[in-house]
Ligand binder design. Sequence first.
Ligand code: URA
Ligand code: CA
Length: 432
Amino acid sequence: MRMVDLIEKKRDGKELTAEEINFIIEGYTKDQIPDYQVSAWTMAVFFRDMTERERADLTMAMVHSGDTIDLSEIKGVKVDKHSTGGVGDTTTLVLAPLVAALDIPIAKMSGRGLGHTGGTIDKLEAIEGFHVELSNEQFVDQVNRHKIAVIGQSGNLTPADKKLYALRDVTGTVNSIPLIASSIMSKKIAAGSDAIVLDVKTGAGAFMKTAEEAKQLAEAMVQIGNNVGRKTMAVISDMSQPLGYAIGNALEVKEAIETLQGKGPKDLEELCLALGRQMVFLAKKATSLEEAEQMLKEVIHNGKALEKFKEFIASQGGDPSVVDHPEKLPQAAYRIEVPAKTDGIVAEIVADEIGTAAMLLGAGRATKDSSIDLAVGLMLNKKIGDSIKAGESLVTIHANRDQVADVVEKIHSNIRITDHAVAPVLVHDIVR
Ligand code: URA
Ligand code: CA
C-alpha cells in the first residue's frame, strides 16, 4: 500500500477501507508516514468527509494505537461522561459522586485543563492531600470498594490522536466533524467504560458556536459509539454564558459542594440532572428517565450524594472536612467587586471572554507548561435575565494581585446590560 494512493483516493471523494485507514494510522504512529502526507490526507478528509463506517474504523484505529484500560474487573455497567468543554463547567465534580451514590460505578480518567480554568484533575487538587495517581489495580479496587475513582490520564492512551491533533492544529484541519468526533471518541473508548453520555456545548464559550453544528458533532459521536458497541447518547447544552456562578478551581469545588447539598446554581443543577438521568438510565438502574431523575434528587435531599463526595475525597487521600468547611480550600488574597455602570437587565455574558478574564488571573493555563493558581477566579453575581442597578456588583474577582484593571476592563466589555432579556434555554436537544 502507498500513502500517496490513499491521499488521492480520499481527494477524489472515495471511501477508504478499514485496512487502508489502519495503514495510515499505524504508519503515522510509528513515524513511517511523514507529516506532509498525513496533512494532505487530513485536508482531503476536511473537504470530502468520511462515511459512517470510515469514522468508526478511524476511531478504532486510534484506540488500537496505544494502551486501553480494562475495567472488566469492575462489577456493573460503567458509565462515563464527557463534555466538549465549556467555561466554569463544574458538572463532573457534581455528577461523579451523585451517580456513584446510586451504586453506579464511576471509573473516570480525566485531564488537566488548557484554557480558562483547570480541568477536573486540577480542581480536585485544590483539596488538600488529594492525589490523582493510582496504579491500574488501585484504580479498579477503589471503584469496586467506593463506586468512584477519578485519576489523571495515565499510560500511553491513543498516541495516534495526540500526533494527529497536533498536526491538525497547525494545518487548518481541526474543525472537521469526522476528525473531531473520532478524536474525542477514541479517547473515551480507550478509557474503557461501557456507556458514554456526551455533553456537547454550543454557544460563544464552546467549540461549536451554533446549535446546528453542535448537533452534527453530537450525531457523529453517538453514531461512532453505538457502531463500536458502546451505548452512547448526547445532550446538547448551552454555553452562551458560563455555567453556574464560579469560574476558577477552588471556587468551582465550593460550587460543586453546594450543588450536592441542593443549594447550587439553578443552571448547574439542571444540567447535572439532565446528564445524570441519562447516566442512571444507561446504567440500567432505572426503567425511565423520570424515575432516574427522582433517584438523583433523592440522594441530594437525603445527603447520600454529599456523603459519597466525602468518602471519595478521603479514599484518594484528601481532607474530607473541606465539604463542611469550604473555607479550608485555597483562598485568594484579594476580593474586588466589579460594579455595573448602568441599571438594566443582563443580556449577554460572553462565555469565552469571561473565561479568558479568569485565565488572566491565573485560574487557567495559557500554554501546556504554565502553572495554575487554584485559589483565583471569578464569581458572577448576575446571570442573563437578572436585573441590576448601577453600582451593584456584577462580578467578584478573587485575585492574588491587587492591580486588576485588565480583568475589570475585560469583564465590562463582555457583559452587556440592556432593558430587556430572558435567560437562554439550557438543554437544546438530546441525540441518541
Ligand atoms: N477535542 C478533542 O479531543 N479533539 C478534537 O479534535 C477537538 C476537540
Ligand atoms: Ca461554574
